[in-house]
Ligand binder design. Structure first.
Ligand code: THU
Length: 133
């Protein structure tokens, strides 16, 4: 089966990346989350002078979406200006899994798509609420 068209989602992540507040690392990231009804919610990384309070683009997108009432998600696109794919960090994988389940994760740079992965492949053997029963 051909890979589904993610151009609009990747384009939204590229636009969101322009809003990144990356004064300390200079590394700008954009993310775009697609809900089950096709709504696109974006995020960018937001850094802070304490460094440790930095929030990644993916978590900004997910927290925005949750705070607006979205509950079901299909895919997330992540864009950085790197030749190699920029995959989500471990903390973002955990948050995306908790609220998005086995999302399709689409990686891209400013020019092209650089990879697609299931979140369950990026986060094997997750800790999640099933273990808290
Ligand atoms: N960053 C993201 O926003 N998403 C990722 O998937 C990887 C890292 C941000 C955090 C920080 O602002 C900068 O990139 C460098 O780590």
């Amino acid at each position: 089966m051909p890979a589904s068209d993610a151009r609009a989602l990747v384009a939204a992540a590229r636009r969101a990346r322009r809003h990144a507040r990356a004064a300390y690392s200079g590394f700008k990231v954009g993310a775009a989350l697609e809900t089950s009804d096709g709504t696109i919610i974006t995020g960018c990384n937001v850094e802070n002078a304490t460094y440790g309070l930095t929030v990644c683009a993916e978590r900004v997108a997910m927290f925005k979406a949750l705070s607006e009432g979205h509950r079901r998600f299909k895919r997330v696109a992540i864009v950085a200006d790197t030749a190699d794919p920029t995959p989500p960090c471990g903390a973002c994988r955990q948050i995306l899994w908790e609220f998005g389940g086995d999302l399709e994760v689409i990686l891209a740079n400013l020019r092209r798509e650089t990879g697609r992965h299931s979140l369950s492949v990026l986060l094997p053997l997750p800790f999640d609420s099933r273990l808290l029963k």
